[in-house]
Write a protein that binds this ligand. Structure first.
Ligand code: UDP
Length: 233
């Protein structure tokens, strides 16, 4: 797998560690250490972070979906600001871009500018999802990966790969080493949002999914010791 420019997707839950909500400083510091090691190999890094450690718009049934999704998008921005600051503490230069204006807090998304930052060796965070309700950060992750010509999406989850059934409910659940994005679309597997899977499939954007809680999992993914699931297109 070519990995000159990667999109790292961190789920909000994975950043929270055992607490399941908010941030685990230790988890984010460890991600920063690993991303620095990946960066030192000369790999360009873009980042998208979910918001599930703070808020999930789609499950807030008792309020207007658009408003709930707006709160969710803001949650992803908080996650990116926090994580970018931790990345800076290990010597990585970072930019946080959003698809809508956030005053002086973030930069407005500009595809050419983002590519320029990546080529200069800076890390670019795409915060705020797509900027639209009824989408998810999975969609943002695929959309921005395509726009910046990333080679692959590295999706760090709280689960260590794609299984044929829920391993928390079925102790005999089988993990796939490899699968096709088309299978995710056809079988509507809940690995990533269906609309995001369709977009990734149509635009030939592969994905490698792994557990963030496994030691050195990000570094191992780029250095050939990958143990998660590779989703080919
Ligand atoms: N969100 C949105 N549009 C986007 C991205 C995210 O409305 O383009 C909102 C949505 O409410 C979502 C929340 O932000 O539930 C957090 O994003 P994430 O993808 O992590 O959602 P989760 O899968 O945790 O529900």
């Amino acid at each position: 797998m070519k990995m000159d420019r990667i999109m790292l997707k961190l789920s909000g839950e994975a950043l929270a560690g055992d607490k399941k909500t908010g941030f685990s400083a230790d988890v984010v510091k460890d991600v920063a250490r690993q991303v620095k090691a990946v960066h030192d190999k000369g790999i360009q890094i873009a980042v998208v972070i979910g918001g599930g450690n703070f808020w999930r718009g789609r499950t807030s049934d008792d309020m207007d979906r658009v408003k709930a999704d707006q709160i969710g998008m803001l949650a992803t921005i908080m996650n990116c600001i926090y994580t970018a600051d931790t990345f800076r503490s290990v010597g990585l230069k970072c930019h946080v871009m959003t698809p809508f204006l956030c005053g002086s807090i973030t930069e407005l998304f500009d595809r050419d500018k983002a590519i320029g930052y990546l080529e200069a060796g800076d890390v670019v965070f795409f915060a705020g999802g797509t900027g639209h309700p009824y989408f998810s950060t999975d969609m943002g992750m695929v959309l921005f990966s395509i726009e910046i010509n990333a080679d692959v999406i590295l999706a760090a989850k709280s689960i260590d790969g794609v299984y044929d059934s829920d391993p928390e409910e079925n102790p005999d659940a089988k993990k796939f080493d490899k699968m096709k994005m088309q299978d995710i679309v056809d079988k509507q597997l809940k690995v990533i949002d269906l609309s995001a899977a369709v977009l990734a499939n149509d635009n030939k954007m592969p994905m490698m999914l792994f557990g963030l809680n496994k030691e050195d999992s990000i570094v191992k993914t780029v250095s050939g010791e990958f143990t998660g699931t590779t989703i080919t297109v």
